[in-house]
Design a protein around this ligand. Structure first.
Ligand code: SF4
Length: 344
């Protein structure tokens, strides 16, 4: 009789999606795919994987590119510290490991941006090491299969789940089995409306037997979103505008933006005074994982040299699109015909 793990592995061989990183055991490409897919849906991450692996076919290509170039390629994926760490790790591997990824889980953990999950994924998929992975999908599958009601989020609970994952992995092919568990969670044992009726392990599933699938896994309640209010001053003349590079200690670290002020509440439009300068105001709202941003752009045509401060720099309007910029600034060209015509 087949075990739970063998059922899930067979299911994977029949149902797995045809994804570009499934055709390789090259640790560089496996690493790229894992970093891109952290907190990103496969449908959103796949074009980025193709773009990165085409533009930087080897780790040397990535390491020798500029950070600005990597940030631009990453633009739109969010969590920009991942892109900075990607670049840092590529440099370390080329400089200290002669361009070869270390094959040990512990050595992988020393690299920027590689945590327990990514180290386990790379060492099992690229190097066939028998190390179980644990991501959100696998937490869910294990919770339901074994009726685990422990709240996810602490180190001791994580160890408990890793124990289950290791038992399930046993001596099966680790790369295939780890991917099978993730895929099973993503397609079969989904957060809402899992396909229990056609599930190959429903007869062995605790949650299905006890009719509490909808209650598992037990997760912490999310904190409410934090509201932030930004005003961007899009100073421009006929040829240039002003930008600066964001610091790395906040959202969008390393990306470029216009001069900005942050307020504790939305500014009253009537309070804006800019003399007789030509001006357009564009408002938009943008939701991030933990924050809700209320953004006001004030596009002002002025003599701009006198506006330059600190680390700000002038950029030609025609070259604006070459900068790595946050999503709301990308969206500005859809919201403002004036801005669109200036940069096109
Ligand atoms: S029976 Fe339902 S809850 Fe249990 S493993 Fe299958 S899909 Fe998940």
């Amino acid at each position: 009789m087949k075990s739970i793990s063998e059922h899930i592995l067979s299911w994977y061989h029949t149902h797995k999606r045809d994804l570009p990183w499934r055709y390789t055991k090259n640790p560089y490409l496996i690493w790229l795919s894992e970093i891109i897919l952290q907190q990103t849906k496969v449908s959103q991450g796949t074009p980025y994987f193709i773009q990165f692996s085409t533009k930087y076919p080897s780790i040397y290509d990535l390491a020798f590119s500029s950070e600005d170039d990597v940030m631009k390629t990453w633009q739109g994926l969010g969590y920009y510290s991942r892109a900075r760490n990607l670049h840092k790790t590529a440099k370390i591997i080329t400089e200290q490991y002669s361009g070869h990824f270390p094959d040990s889980y512990k050595e992988l953990l020393k690299l920027p941006g590689i945590g327990e999950y990514t180290a386990a994924a790379i060492s099992s998929i690229a190097f066939d090491q028998s190390i179980p992975v644990l991501d959100g999908n696998i937490y869910r599958v294990i919770s339901r299969l074994f009726g685990v009601t422990l709240e996810i989020g602490t180190t001791s609970v994580k160890k408990y789940f890793i124990g289950h994952a290791a038992n399930l992995l046993g001596d099966l092919p680790p790369g295939d089995f780890n991917q099978a568990m993730m895929e099973f969670g993503a397609l079969q044992c989904t957060p809402k409306n899992p396909s229990c009726d056609i599930c190959p392990v429903k007869n062995k599933c605790s949650a299905f037997a006890n009719d509490n699938v909808h209650l598992l896994p037990v997760t912490k309640k999310r904190n409410p979103l934090k509201d932030r209010y930004f005003t961007y001053y899009v100073f421009h003349d006929a040829t240039h505008t002003i930008v600066h590079r964001r610091a790395n200690d906040d959202i969008w670290g390393g990306l470029y933006e216009f001069p900005k002020k942050e307020h504790s509440k939305l500014l009253n439009y009537n309070n804006l005074k800019h003399g007789d300068d030509e001006m357009e105001v564009v408002d938009l709202r943008h939701i991030l994982t933990h924050q809700r941003l209320f953004i006001r752009f004030i596009i002002i045509r002025q003599q701009i040299l006198q506006k330059l401060e600190g680390s700000q720099q002038l950029i030609q309007l025609k070259k604006f699109d070459t900068l790595a910029i946050p999503k709301p600034i990308v969206l500005l060209s859809q919201k403002s015909l004036i801005w669109k015509s200036l940069i096109s």
